[in-house]
Design a protein around this ligand. Structure first.
Ligand code: 13P
Length: 249
């Protein structure tokens, strides 16, 4: 079954390092049946585009401004990303929510702006450890999801990927169990069915992220309600990442 394998480079891979990575990934994934997306830092997007053109790998970005125009020093607009050859953008990553104080309302604005420019969005949701221990994980994810999708029409959901990334599993080496991932991705699908339709809930892409590695990716991505993975640290090793991209799930 075709899955989405997404690499989030975070603040790694300089322009001077990107060429070798892109050339290697392109060569190693020619036979892949999966949809592969890499999200390098802004400064490495142009070089990634140059060396991924014509390959099986699609380009994503890690963030986008919530408005299309205006006086926004230091920001990058959705149409700029589109013009640079980017097809996907990650929105609402927990690192942006916590370190850069991004709210659900801002995440919703970013999604709308990105969709209006023809970008696809990867919307990140997930609870922290205390919320999970207090059995609030479903309520937290439901609120983030409801707020993120406010004003988004059902026909736009084909351009929306939901990434369930429990905060306690990001970069910690503690990935969620198959049971946790199964349960939350099914919960997200049911919530989308309630908000839109049964068809929408079944059709939406819901990926998992949080300490996905070469040794656990197969069991996590093979879960039927999981459409793929959003991979941080483990995507930086091109051989390992390419191996995950080549897998038949
Ligand atoms: P790690 O795979 O390094 O845990 O990061 C996950 C993540 O935040 C991807 O967006």
């Amino acid at each position: 079954m075709k899955k989405l394998i997404i690499g989030n480079f975070k603040m790694n891979t300089k322009p001077s390092e990107m060429k070798a990575y892109a050339m290697s990934l392109a060569t190693k994934t020619t036979e892949s049946k999966n949809e592969i997306i890499v999200c390098p830092p802004y400064t490495s997007i142009a070089i990634a585009k140059q060396f991924l053109d014509g390959s099986n790998v699609t380009l994503g970005a890690q963030n986008v401004c919530d408005v299309e125009a205006g006086k926004c020093t230091g920001e990058i607009s959705a149409s700029m990303l589109k013009d640079a050859g980017v097809e996907y953008v990650i929105v609402g990553h927990s690192e942006r929510r916590s370190k850069f104080k991004e709210t659900d309302r801002l995440v919703n604005k970013k999604i709308k702006t990105a969709l209006a420019s023809g970008l696809k969005v990867i919307v990140c949701l997930g609870e922290d450890l205390v919320e999970r221990q207090n059995k609030h994980a479903n309520a937290v994810v439901k609120k983030q999801l409801d707020e993120a999708l406010k004003g988004i029409y059902e026909n736009e959901l084909e351009s929306v990927v939901i990434a369930y990334e429990p905060i306690w599993a990001i970069g910690t080496g503690k990935n969620a169990t198959v049971k946790d991932v199964q349960s939350m991705t099914n919960f997200i699908r049911r919530e989308i069915s309630d908000l839109y339709s049964e068809k929408a809930g079944q059709g939406i892409n819901v990926v998992y992220g949080g300490s996905v590695t070469i040794s656990n990716y197969k069991k996590l991505i093979s879960i039927p309600s999981v459409s793929g993975a959003l991979i941080g640290g483990a995507c930086l090793d091109v051989d390992n990442f390419a191996m995950m991209c080549r897998e038949n799930f």
